[in-house]
Design a protein around this ligand. Structure first.
Ligand code: SF4
Length: 283
């Protein structure tokens, strides 16, 4: 496959194949300086590929601007299961020293916030524990809660296409996780954004995952992931955050749209492509 064909395949995977062209047709998509030269072709309608269902909900929007250390990690007893749940600031130091095995078992038993009450499964995360790319979403949805895996619904299908567009696949050099490990729902049982307290309770787990993985770049998918990891005002719009290189501690962090949002607004896929190019340049 020559470079032009490789480029077309890249964009087809992302569902924006008809929209882009290279100024320099000899450019390689893996060459950052050339990636930056990709420009949109005007007057071409962008579509979602037929194999991607367009049925997901609105992107979640809430996060916290203050993320104190918090969490508790003790396994529940039969008595505990009937106790009222509260946000429990506690053993973030213990979490920060856990290995993968103890971290995952601790999350599975966690009752540090009220999200444990409605969960079918915790959704710990999935992928290569030495991944260079870490993708962080907001929290589990309906399917994720049932299956115990992140991004397995329509938005997950699109994320898989994005990974393929980058020449990767789930589990190979990528890790996928969420800000909270249990599904947040509203009074009607629909997905909602996690509250600041829920984010604060759960974030030590993700921080420990990041410390263990030591990725070369973090992709924050949507506002909740971005403002939680960057400790920003929760009202900060994604539009203000994307297009720039941020830092989570010393690690490059790029903000882009949540795949669920892209399903609702496929014309924004081109911006996600720009954000991924920025991430590539940062590595
Ligand atoms: S969302 Fe996180 S902190 Fe809350 S119960 Fe689940 S694992 Fe624990």
């Amino acid at each position: 496959m020559n470079n032009a064909e490789q480029h077309d395949a890249f964009l087809d995977e992302l569902g924006i194949g008809p929209v882009w062209k290279l100024r320099d047709s000899s450019a390689s998509i893996a060459t950052i300086s050339h990636v930056a030269e990709i420009v949109p072709v005007p007057h071409v309608v962008m579509t979602v590929p037929a194999h991607i269902p367009v049925s997901d909900g609105l992107p979640r929007t809430l996060a916290t601007d203050s993320l104190p250390n918090a969490t508790t990690t003790l396994a529940p007893t039969a008595t505990d299961m009937h106790q009222p749940i509260s946000i429990v600031p506690a053993t973030s130091i213990a979490v920060a020293e856990m290995d993968w095995t103890s971290l995952e078992s601790t999350v599975a038993a966690c009752r540090a916030c009220q999200l444990c009450e409605g969960r079918a499964n915790t959704v710990f995360g999935v992928g290569d524990q030495r991944a260079k790319w870490l993708f962080v979403g907001e929290g589990p949805g309906y399917q994720e809660n049932l299956q115990g895996k992140p991004f397995v619904g329509p938005a997950g299908h699109l994320l898989d296409n994005i990974l393929r567009a980058l020449g990767m696949q789930r589990g190979e050099n990528t890790y996928i996780a969420n800000i909270v490990k249990c599904r947040p729902t509203d009074a009607q049982g629909k997905d909602r954004a996690p509250s600041p307290e829920e984010v604060a309770a759960c974030l030590p787990y993700l921080k420990r995952q990041i410390a263990l993985i030591q990725p070369e770049v973090i992709i924050a998918l949507g506002k909740t992931a971005a403002v939680s990891l960057l400790d920003l005002n929760p009202e900060t719009p994604v539009g203000q955050l994307r297009g720039k290189l941020h830092r989570y501690q010393s690690l490059p962090l790029v903000v882009t749209y949540h795949p669920a949002y892209l399903l609702r607004k496929p014309t924004e896929k081109s911006k996600t492509w720009e954000d991924l190019c920025l991430a590539l340049r940062s590595m």
